[in-house]
Design a protein around this ligand. Structure first.
Ligand SMILES: [Zn+2]
Length: 245
């Protein structure tokens, strides 16, 4: 209809009306683009809000587990350092009890420091990171994704390169039968360690020392991941105006 009217104005050589028709069309296109742009931005803001709330829920859900892994790794690592010193003749401040035998027996087991978050994987892999308007949150999301990727790649190397001491030194370590603590739902076993013979066995001590160094490196990775998780949580709380007091 607009085209027919436009052609009539051209045929009539009514150049003023032709000019008006052209202006109407241009303004119409401009307004249409503006409305579309506004709708797109509105959709992005809604998607951003979904991502931020989803990410906060995920961070909350894993925070306790990350802290638990960090604490248990710290405890294990400190005991391994203490034990390594004891076996190499350093003075010790507390008696060695059977808990230390369990530490030796499982010195090759590591807590994985990588905690991938589904929302971060979704945002980064789909190229939707620019949707996040807060520059600091965007930067934390990138850092978190990078660190998680790095630890996911390095953890298997760190873990598989450690020494399984009970299998390598059965004359020094004897794993006891497994019992199930029904109240706690946990497995436990009483192992036996020949600490006197361990002190004279440098092959054993070197391998224990190597495992201790690996536990320390893994602990540092856990601390870094946990710190980044805390920073992420603080920023999300700030953006959502939340407090956990
Ligand atoms: Zn929070």
């Amino acid at each position: 209809m607009i085209l027919r009217r436009f052609m009539k104005h051209v045929t009539d050589q009514n150049w003023f009306a032709v000019g008006l028709d052209v202006i109407v069309v241009i303004v119409g296109i401009f307004l249409g683009l503006q409305v579309q742009d506004w709708a797109n931005r509105q959709m992005q803001r809604e998607q951003e809000s979904v991502y931020i709330n989803q990410l906060h829920a995920e961070v909350l859900a894993i925070t306790e587990e990350v802290q638990r892994r960090q604490d248990s790794t710290k405890k294990r690592m400190e005991r391994m350092v203490f034990l390594t010193n004891y076996l190499t003749g350093e003075p010790i401040l507390e008696p060695i009890n059977n808990d230390y035998c369990s530490i030796i027996s499982f010195a090759h087991i590591f807590n994985n420091p990588a905690f991938p978050l589904t929302t971060i994987s979704e945002v980064t892999s789909s190229g939707q990171l620019p949707i996040i308007t807060d520059q600091k949150l965007r930067s934390l999301i990138s850092d978190y994704a990078l660190l998680t990727e790095l630890y996911s790649l390095s953890f298997p190397r760190l873990s598989t390169g450690s020494f399984q001491l009970p299998a390598l030194f059965p004359q020094l370590i004897r794993l006891g039968p497994i019992t199930i603590e029904t109240s706690a739902g946990e497995l436990s076993r009483v192992n036996e360690c020949d600490l006197a013979s361990m002190s004279d066995n440098w092959a054993f001590k070197n391998k224990l020392s190597s495992n201790t160094a690996r536990q320390f490196a893994n602990y540092e990775n856990l601390v870094k991941q946990n710190q980044l998780l805390q920073q992420l949580h603080d920023r999300l709380d700030h953006l959502l105006d939340l407090s956990h007091d």
